[in-house]
Design a protein around this ligand. Structure first.
Ligand code: NAP
Length: 264
């Protein structure tokens, strides 16, 4: 059989949900899915106006659909799952991407910030995935599993935290949750993998990109010598969600220019 690239990496006819798809990494991933031919890509977060703008920008044909959702509560996760379930009979790909960071000195780290970070980065992927399992199950086949992609972070793998303690801890736990999901759901033909991005330009990293010295310091610490870009994260997400990644589960894939090599 001759390999056809569009059959290997294409997402023709697929339905996806990308949380936090209105901007930053989520937008890059949603853009990749649309470019690969996905039928419908739902993007969901709190800011409905920003989501609508992104949906129109990345797909003039209405294939990208904005849904307002607040995932800071389990009720919000369940409401989003119910909304998707009212529109679709199956979900091929779920990308748990919404996330938040908070940095402060360890001695006086605010408890509410700890809770906020853990709620969005760890509890939301857990409860949203649980609520969407029936729809993922409806899409799953042995040859073409349904896909869960959790957006973790290099911060979940290394000790350097820049004061964002619960952020790194929540991402480390999300990587572990990904492996648990992979083990648990394999028999249902659902894969679960995590992306562990390094530095990408987004609102979350604005404090770095807008500070010339800090930015230079951060770039110098990345073995490949640059921040990530659209192709880097969209390509990795496409690998995990297309036929190319159908036999891959339980993996935490660094997309970090080698940053995790600086573990020590
Ligand atoms: N940028 C990096 O260098 C980097 C590196 C490693 C990992 N990551 C991870 O990549 C993911 C995306 O981050 P980003 O860099 O793109 O940052 P970002 O631009 O700040 O994006 C965060 C996203 O989360 C959404 N969000 C925040 N609170 C939410 C809530 N309560 N309910 C639903 N959605 C909510 C935001 O949308 P609304 O404001 O509309 O709710 C936004 O779309 C995160 O999980 C982050 O940890 C980023």
């Amino acid at each position: 059989m001759t390999l056809q690239i569009d059959r290997l990496f294409g997402l023709s006819g697929k339905v996806a949900l990308v949380t936090g798809g209105g901007r930053g990494l989520g937008k890059m991933i949603a853009e990749g899915f649309i470019a690969a031919g996905a039928a419908r890509v739902y993007i969901a977060s709190r800011n409905a106006a920003a989501l609508e703008e992104t949906a129109a920008e990345i797909s003039g044909e209405g294939r990208c659909i904005a849904l307002a959702a607040d995932l800071s509560t389990v009720a919000g996760c369940k409401a989003l799952a119910a909304e998707i379930s009212s529109r679709e009979t199956r979900l091929d790909m779920l990308v748990n991407n919404s996330g938040a960071a908070w940095a402060a000195p360890l001695e006086n780290f605010p408890e509410h910030a700890w809770d906020k970070v853990f709620q969005l980065n760890l509890k939301a992927p857990f409860f949203l995935t649980a609520a969407l399992l029936p729809l993922l199950g409806a899409a799953a086949t042995p040859g073409d599993p349904a896909r869960i992609v959790n957006v973790g972070s290099v911060a979940g793998e290394v000790a350097k935290s820049l004061g964002a303690y619960p952020y790194g801890l929540s991402k480390g736990a999300l990587h572990q949750l990904t492996q648990m999901m992979a083990a648990e759901y394999a028999a249902r033909h659902i894969t679960a993998n995590a992306l562990a991005p390094g530095r990408f330009p987004s609102k979350m990293t604005k404090n770095i990109t807008e500070d010339e010295n800090l930015y230079a310091e951060e770039v110098a610490a990345i073995p490949l010598g640059r921040f990530g870009r659209l192709e880097d994260i969209a390509g990795a997400a496409l690998f995990l969600t297309s036929n190319a990644g159908a036999y891959v589960t339980g993996v935490v894939l660094p997309v970090d220019g080698g940053a995790a090599l600086n573990r020590g």
